[in-house]
Structures are given as C-alpha cells and as structure tokens.
Ligand binder design. Structure first.
Ligand code: FES
Length: 169
C-alpha cells in the first residue's frame, strides 16, 4: 500500500510524472531563452517613452543595422517600426489601420502581415491587400545633431505614400 502510494502520484505513475516534469522544465527554459533573445534583439530606446518623443540613437548607430530596404527595425517599447526606403526614414505605427491589431513583419512574405484579418503593407506602410482602409500611420521623425528622435505622440493618418513623408538622411 505504501509502495503504491510512492509509485502513484494522482493520475500519473512515477515515470510519467518525472517525464512530465522534465518536459515542463525544458519548455520553461526554452521560453526564458526565447524571451531573453527577443529582448536582446529589440533595439532599446535611449530616452523617452511611448506617448512622447523618444530618442532611438544616432544615425551612425542605427544605419548600419538598417540599410535601405532592410527589414524594418522594431522599437517595441515605442510601438513603431523604423523603415529605411529610397526617400529616407519612416516611423510606422504598429497598429493596424483596420481594427487595431499589432502588425508584425512577415519575413517569408517580406512585408507586414496583420494576423487578425490579413491586411498587408510594404516597407513604406502602403496598403497591399486585406480590409485595412489606408496605409499604416506615421510618427514624426526629427534628426537633431545626428540623433534620431521619433514623436510617438504625433501619429498621422495618410491616404497614400508620398516621398515627402520620409525624412531624408
Ligand atoms: S485588424 Fe488588421 S486586418 Fe483587421
């Protein structure tokens, strides 16, 4: 009876319990490593917070990470993507212009792809498909003494991309 009590733990026998514990610990470790890696790869803000002006670093720091037509850099804390197109830099608000889901970059498709209803946007935030009624919204960019500042409190809507929306560099 005592032996049965040590062998059986609820619905699991000892071996199943140990196996379950092993996989749970492995999954937890993988989640922690994955989370740490994501935090490591997301660029950090130098100053400020969402809702106001943020400093994302100097042109010398940012441009080597963001050549023209590279995958846009995601500034998660400030809720925008920095995109480098032929006319300069764009700060694209991450919120989908359909119903507001966070729009991730899809590496395989090489475009933004909203997970909610499949609206698609290119590097300029231009609408490419799906129910979104307009391009991705923009935040204002100001380059002062080589430092890039993005005003996350100044979000503007647009109907189409025009070159003057990009900040020349
Ligand atoms: S919220 Fe993005 S497509 Fe609907």
């Amino acid at each position: 009876m005592a032996e049965a009590a040590t062998q059986e733990i609820g619905l699991f026998n000892r071996r199943e319990f140990l196996r379950l514990g092993f996989w749970a610990a492995t999954a937890l470790a993988a989640a922690e490593i994955g989370g740490a890696a994501l935090v490591f790869f997301w660029p950090k803000l130098k100053a400020g917070a969402f809702g106001g002006e943020v400093n994302i670093g100097t042109l010398e720091e940012i441009l080597p990470q963001l050549p023209m037509d590279a995958v846009p850099l995601y500034f998660r804390e400030a809720r925008f993507y920095l995109s480098h197109v032929e006319d300069g830099l764009l700060a694209l608000y991450r919120k989908c212009t359909h119903l507001g889901c966070v729009v991730p970059w899809n590496y395989e498709e090489d475009q933004f792809h909203c997970p909610c209803h499949s609206s698609l946007f290119n590097r300029k935030g231009e609408w490419q498909g799906g129910p979104a009624p307009r391009p991705m919204d923009l935040m204002g960019i100001d380059i002062r003494n080589g430092e890039i500042w993005v005003d996350t409190g100044e979000i503007s809507q647009r109907t189409a991309y025009v070159p003057s929306q990009a900040v020349p560099i």
